[in-house]
Ligand binder design. Structure first.
Ligand code: FNR
Length: 367
């Protein structure tokens, strides 16, 4: 039967993938309250569509950090994509490029920055975990720069890995035929001979728990690439991010895989947007599965969104064609939402096009 929405790929992936892999992709931290809430919260935001507006032409293109892309829907970094499909990150890179949008490559990818760059042209960001060994970080960033990556997405919500109980039960490990390719060519200091899973646990174990705003400053000294901080969900940290001179913020709770019982990202978005005061762009990821979700995020002030699991599940189901289809379905749904809301371009999407539970009851829009 034809796939008609993004969510359907999850069940196909569940049937196709080994349980250990599916659980790693699908699960969230502890009680998985935030995992459910990332989806549920979207369903509590409703539309206030405008009618009798000529919507015969709709433009959903936009600019992110100065780069023109075809739609405000981008690919989030997710680790170890070759567990989903042999083509892994190559397939994702090609699909994102074909869709005219940005792919963010995980530090923990099973294809290297150079390999992903070799798939052809495309605007790509590199997601960075900061390791205790700053030499490793500096080498990685340089390689990403040389491979033509256009920005660094610095993940700031992972001083330690969240507790994902399915992974504990399954004793999750990277399958032995795969490696974390970005670490292969690196001078790993003390670590000499190792097997592949040694490399994976090295990568996880080496994340620096002391990471702080001064390290953001340090990162700015070793690269000219714009830096996005990924994982901010409060006004306080937004103000610090603006002060630190970062290029943008990604409101993210890491797909609910880190601290459980943080709010859904769509609930935290407006607080961050207000604190950013338009000085830097704010993006969102977490639970986006419909074009209506994209519209809601933009109405609440996001400049664009990223999708994580839909890429993994469609990759598992159909490889590159699956990822292309996911991006196409979201594009079509988002464009339809715009038409039915009376918006012809992204700048016509306003706060008055949605109503949230934290809005005061009103009978007329604000003047
Ligand atoms: C992630 N995410 C993630 N983030 C990051 O900064 N570096 C990484 O390596 C990974 N790896 C990763 C693996 C898997 C299996 C998942 C599901 C997620 C988080 C990711 O970038 C993003 O924040 C969420 O996936 C967004 O939520 P949705 O779209 O999956 O609901």
């Amino acid at each position: 039967m034809e796939i008609t929405n993004v969510m359907e790929y999850q069940e196909i992936a569940r049937q196709k993938l080994p349980k250990m892999v599916y659980d790693y992709y699908a699960s969230g931290a502890e009680d998985q309250w935030t995992l459910r809430e990332n989806r549920n919260a979207f369903s509590r935001i409703l539309f206030r569509p405008r009618i009798l507006i000529d919507v015969s032409k709709i433009d959903i293109s936009t600019t992110v950090l100065g780069f023109n892309i075809s739609m405000p829907i981008m690919v989030a970094p997710t680790a170890m994509q070759k567990m989903a499909h042999p083509e892994g990150e190559y397939a994702t890179a090609r699909a994102a490029s074909a869709a005219g949008t940005i792919m963010t490559l995980s530090s923990w990818s099973t294809s290297s920055v150079e390999e992903v760059a070799s798939t052809g042209p495309g605007i790509r960001f590199f997601q960075l975990y900061v390791y205790k060994d700053r030499n490793v970080v500096a080498q990685l960033v340089k390689r990403a720069e040389r491979a033509g990556f256009k920005a660094i997405a610095l993940t700031v919500d992972t001083p330690r890995l969240g507790r994902r109980e399915a992974d504990i039960k399954n004793r999750f490990a990277l399958p032995p035929y795969l490696t974390l390719k970005n670490f292969e060519g690196l001078d790993l200091g003390k670590m000499h001979k190792t097997n592949d899973s040694g490399l994976a646990s090295y990568a996880a174990g080496q994340v620096d728990r002391t990471l702080s705003w001064k390290d953001v400053k340090w990162l700015q000294t070793i690269t000219d690439l714009p830096i996005l901080v990924k994982g901010v969900i409060t006004a306080e940290d937004t103000r610090l991010a603006v002060e630190a001179g970062v290029a943008g913020i990604i409101v993210s709770n890491h797909g609910a895989r880190q601290l459980d019982y943080v709010p859904a990202t769509i609930m935290a978005l407006e607080e961050v947007v207000k604190a950013a005061q338009g000085r830097i762009p704010v993006f969102l990821d977490g639970g986006v599965r419909r074009g209506t979700d994209v519209f809601k995020a933009l109405a609440l002030g996001a400049s664009g969104i990223f999708i994580g699991r839909p890429v993994l599940f469609s990759l598992a189901a159909e490889g590159e064609a699956g990822v292309r289809k996911v991006l196409q379905m979201l594009r079509d749904e988002f464009e339809l939402t715009m038409a039915l809301s009376g918006c012809r371009s992204l700048k016509e999407i306003t706060r008055d096009h949605v109503v949230t539970e934290w809005d005061r009851p009103r009978i007329a829009p604000r003047l």
